[in-house]
Design a protein around this ligand. Structure first.
Ligand SMILES: Cc1cc2nc3c(=O)[nH]c(=O)nc-3n(C[C@H](O)[C@H](O)[C@H](O)COP(=O)(O)O)c2cc1C
Length: 346
């Protein structure tokens, strides 16, 4: 199998993408360590302000001269209905009460995509990756004009075909096993097992390199994805316990418990945290305690943020993929080294 990864005018020594993970996981230290180890490393900037994007890109550059990616969330094209938001807010009151957290009157705004995109352009990473949708032509043209390569996210063949038509340089194919948010272009998009998705896309996507994502934890997983037709593998959950990752202590504890119990069914999906489907370690968001009325993303995300911040582990969002039980601690470089070539029977 190829041991490097080339697309656009870029070449990476390893066929590995360190997944963008918004929410502080992909610290500049993690991104730089992965880039220095030969991967395409990604800063998950979806929740960062423009200023933070600028600062974190400078911090990455102080630690590495290798190319890296910045990742953002494409905003929804529809505006949420006030009544739907009111119902979601009312449904969440019970959750706040049960967690002994007072529900605030007002909820923090998220940074605008425009401001984030401008900061990304100014920071001039080698790659701009995006999820939750297709990119308008004006954003594509702005990246092209600066020589920034584009990587979009698809969870189905039709989404991958649409991205190819848009002219992206590579496509992340995200399977249902993936930790974090489902990157579908439609908020309620379907998910498929990763191998099924790769095989269906390889038959039709001829020009654009495919990056496999979802449940990849070992060298053998990477080989399987490459055999199926992917050019590289994107790893998120694998890095959650990395020394350089920004994963909180309680999140690390929850993962360690899953690892120690070898619990391969520890994760589930929910829409209740953010309004978009996401996979994480099972807790109150995934059982009968979860609110039934849910606002669309990003409104639900804003409404639940204070609860997730202040409450105990039952109301946190510990995103992780189906491979969570195979998480390992160590330096990012060691985790990447362990993905070196293997026989597929490993
Ligand atoms: C904690 C966490 C946060 C994530 N945040 C993002 C993100 O900001 N942008 C994005 O495109 N994908 C995000 N993802 C999804 C990853 O890009 C990738 O698809 C996924 O991690 C692959 O599955 P795995 O976690 O099983 O390796 C996130 C995943 C996790 C686990």
């Amino acid at each position: 199998m190829t041991s490097s990864f080339a697309f656009a005018n870029l070449e990476f020594p390893r066929p590995i993408v360190q997944a963008p993970m918004a929410g502080g996981i992909t610290t500049p230290e993690l991104v730089a360590a992965c880039a220095n180890a030969g991967a395409l490393a990604s800063l998950g900037a979806g929740y960062l302000s423009a200023e933070a994007i600028t600062t974190q890109c400078s911090a990455i550059r102080a630690l590495t001269s290798c190319p890296f990616a910045v990742n953002l969330f494409v905003p929804a094209s529809t505006i949420a209905d006030d009544d739907v938001i009111k119902r979601a807010r009312a449904a969440l009151e019970r959750c706040y009460q049960s967690a002994h957290v007072s529900m605030p009157e007002a909820f923090a705004e998220l940074p605008t995509f425009e401001s984030q995109f401008e900061a990304m352009l100014d920071a001039h990473p080698a790659v701009f990756s995006f999820t939750f949708g297709r990119l308008d032509a004006r954003y594509i043209n702005a990246c092209r004009a600066r020589g920034i390569a584009l990587v979009g996210t698809a969870t189905s063949l039709s989404e991958a075909l649409a991205l190819e038509e848009d002219g992206v340089d590579a496509i992340v194919l995200q399977g249902e096993e993936a930790g974090g948010h489902r990157g579908s272009q439609a908020p309620e998009g379907d998910a498929q097992p990763l191998m099924t998705l790769i095989k269906s896309c390889c038959a039709r996507i001829a020009r654009t390199p495919l990056i496999a994502a979802g449940g990849l934890m070992t060298a053998a997983d990477l080989s399987r994805a490459q055999h199926a037709g992917a050019s590289a593998g994107q790893f998120g959950t694998l890095f959650l316990l990395a020394d350089e990752a920004g994963t909180s202590a309680s999140w690390r504890d929850a993962l360690m418990e899953v690892v120690l119990c070898r619990d391969h069914k520890a994760t589930g999906t929910t829409r209740a945290v953010s309004g978009r489907i996401a996979r994480g370690i099972k807790n109150a968001w995934m059982d009968e305690r979860a609110p039934q009325a849910i606002a669309p993303y990003p409104e639900q995300h804003r409404l639940t943020a204070p609860l997730r911040k202040a409450a105990g582990v039952q109301w946190k969002s510990f995103w992780a993929g189906t491979g969570a039980h195979l998480c390992r601690s160590g330096s990012a470089a060691a985790l990447i080294k362990a993905l070196d070539n293997c026989s597929i029977s490993d």
